[in-house]
Design a protein around this ligand. Structure first.
Ligand SMILES: [Ca+2]
Length: 251
């Protein structure tokens, strides 16, 4: 388990969020602000495989509800947990105890309170906002390394997936990454999902090494950086410059 130090991260993220709020990125879609507290965990005996599931109403999550499923895959009695807004508001974390492996799944599929994914639960939501958004943007970190798998459902048979590496970083520093919609691969029996009409979305924390921890913050759909208008970049420079000056004033 790890406590995350966030001071510099908050400053950078505030700049990014302000940038997202600016006119050039008005199309940005917030998948989950990770501000509604939630903690789902398995812990203790009997040893071996265990799972837990919980839903929570979350006003700033796509579809108004966040479903979390965690499982322990090691043969011991260690703890596996997904906690949202615990280490800090805006952060979802996956934590596994010493010698313990598992994974955690967050699902946005509308209000159903059910661990079974509702592949049309979001009713055809347009992630692209009429074609403007072309990628997911998220910030992630891990102490021992792991991966995230993002799955997009159009319906039960049109599904797309992409895997995002989360490199090992003992300093647990969050790093931004864009995941272009075009990088997703079709995995549904009838092919890939139409990102302009999605029914459900999930993010899997694949814990990888025993004892690995991971964190995610800022999960949004946006235009890719290369597609941003020059005005957006200038706005970003102004905002970040102002934040740096303010930060120095308090240092
Ligand atoms: Ca749900």
């Amino acid at each position: 388990m790890k406590t995350i130090c966030l001071s510099s991260l908050r400053m950078a993220t505030t700049g990014v969020l302000l940038l997202l709020a600016g006119h050039p990125l008005h199309s940005a879609v917030l998948i989950d602000g990770f501000t509604t507290y939630q903690n789902v965990s398995v812990s203790g005996p009997p040893p071996g495989f265990q799972f837990a599931f919980a839903s929570i109403a979350a006003a700033n999550a796509l579809g108004g509800e966040r479903d979390v499923y965690v499982e322990r895959t090691s043969a011991n009695s260690g703890t596996v947990a997904v906690e949202v807004a615990g280490a800090g508001s805006g952060i979802a974390s996956y934590n596994s105890g010493i010698r313990t492996t598992g994974n955690g799944l967050i699902v946005w599929d509308g209000v159903d309170g059910n661990a079974v994914i509702a592949p049309t639960g979001l009713g055809g939501f347009d992630l692209t906002q009429n074609g403007a958004n072309t990628a997911f943007r998220l910030s992630r970190t891990s102490d021992l390394g792991g991966s995230l798998k993002i799955t997009v459902y159009q319906d039960a048979t049109h599904v797309s997936e992409a895997t995002v590496a989360v490199p090992a970083d003992p300093s647990f520093t969050f790093a931004l990454v864009d995941v272009p919609f075009l990088s997703f691969i079709p995995v549904g029996p009838s092919g890939g999902a139409n990102f302009a009409s999605i029914g459900a979305l999930s993010m899997l924390f694949d814990g990888g090494s025993a004892g690995a921890d991971m964190g995610v913050e800022l999960f949004v759909a946006v235009p890719e950086v290369t597609a941003w208008p020059v005005a957006g970049l200038l706005l970003g420079a102004v905002v970040l410059g102002a934040l740096r000056r303010r930060f120095r004033a308090f240092a």
